[in-house]
Design a protein around this ligand. Structure first.
Ligand code: HEM
Length: 338
């Protein structure tokens, strides 16, 4: 595989640790995409689409989820053109980053061919013909990239989440949100309306010029190495969360710091906004192996206001994590028990 997560330094080496200070508040934390970021354990950020060692496993997981619940890919009829823009953008990105194993070739007359040796895909299709790509353009895009995908239409002076392929949502539901405005989608998030974060983010996105690419991170904590923490899957992960909270001494092995690297750009020619969400999970024990991360994560959690703690679903184990991190640092348990 062209890029690796596992060596040297393990999964942590490419983990996008999200905290740049000992406190955390919501902000319009966007920055230009593709700028490399150095972390205490390695680095990340040079690409928009990120293929790693979990590529096949995560795509198989996505296929399983989609087969069980087709609503995870929903495209309102007016977003067909944008779905094709998204597919072509993503295939071009993949091909550019993995030239030895992936290729997108223009065959002329609207025909294209796509080869992906990592998945054994070799396919010719006509741009705009939904029947030529398995599942249609958005579903096919989601079968080639690990990112979740949302497409926003811009009209009536607002953005609308009118299409998406989302199998790894962090406590929300594409099926519930599809067709909502940007402001409505963010309705449940505390503080961001009163502080103007969400209106400012929408204004920023509505001014996005084609060709400009931005990114931001978001984070939470997940019990188990589980990507699908959607509203639909709550019966499963809610139970795991309760079990994890009931055993504070084993939090290091059950909990994961969950970081989303989100990319934002405007597609051409449709003019839709493409929102990509790539989810990374790093076990608490692995976080704690990096002293700077152990201290910083504990400091952020200690200081995090209760409404943010509640919204992120951390109420049951915030104190437990802080205690576990402190003990891990004090006794070198992190390495001893690995
Ligand atoms: C959640 C900000 C772009 C969809 C959030 C949260 C913040 C935020 C602060 C709370 C996250 C947490 O604590 O876990 C922003 C900013 C953006 C942006 C600053 C752009 C600059 C988008 C876009 C979409 C989106 C383009 C696509 C529709 C969501 C959803 C949630 C969320 C679905 C979860 C809401 C829920 O609890 O149901 N966003 N966001 N965001 N955001 Fe955004």
């Amino acid at each position: 595989m062209a890029r690796t997560t596992t060596a040297p330094g393990g999964r942590a080496a490419r983990f996008p640790f999200p905290f740049t200070s000992d406190g955390y508040r919501y902000a319009v934390n966007v920055e230009p995409a593709r700028a490399p970021v150095r972390t205490a354990a390695g680095g990340w950020g040079e690409t928009v689409v990120d293929v790693d060692d979990d590529y096949r496993a995560e795509l198989a997981e996505r296929a399983r989820i989609l087969a069980a619940d087709p609503t995870r890919c929903t495209v309102l009829p007016h977003m067909r053109a944008a779905s094709w823009d998204a597919l072509l953008y993503l295939l071009r990105e993949l091909a550019a980053g993995h030239a030895g194993v992936m290729a997108l070739t223009d065959l002329g007359g609207g025909r294209m061919s796509w080869r992906n040796d990592l998945l054994g895909v070799d396919l010719a299709f006509t741009v705009g013909d939904d029947t030529g790509v398995p599942g249609g353009p958005l579903a096919f895009a989601g079968s080639q990239v690990q990112e979740d995908i949302v497409l926003l239409d811009q009209r009536e002076d607002a953005l609308w989440a009118d299409a998406g392929l989302v199998t790894f949502a962090a406590d929300w539901s594409l099926n519930f949100d599809v067709g909502m405005s940007f402001l409505e989608v963010h309705g449940p998030v505390p503080r961001v309306h009163a502080t103007g974060v969400v209106p400012r983010a929408q204004a920023f996105l509505m001014r996005l010029a084609p060709g400009r690419e931005y990114r931001r991170t978001n984070w939470t904590v997940t019990a188990g190495h589980r990507l699908d923490t959607s509203t639909e899957a709550y019966p499963e992960w809610g139970r795991e969360r309760a079990l994890a909270a009931a055993s504070p001494e084993t939090l290091g092995d059950t909990l994961h710091l969950r970081v989303e690297v989100q990319h934002l750009l405007r597609l051409a020619p449709s003019g839709a906004v493409l929102f990509l969400i790539r989810t990374h999970l790093l076990g608490l024990r692995e976080v704690a192996r990096v002293p700077e991360w152990r201290h910083r994560f504990a400091a952020v959690l200690t200081e995090l206001p209760d409404d943010l703690v509640d919204y992120k679903g951390l109420s049951r184990y915030r104190d437990g994590i802080v205690a576990w991190l402190a003990a891990a640092g004090g006794s070198h348990r992190v390495d001893d028990e690995a």
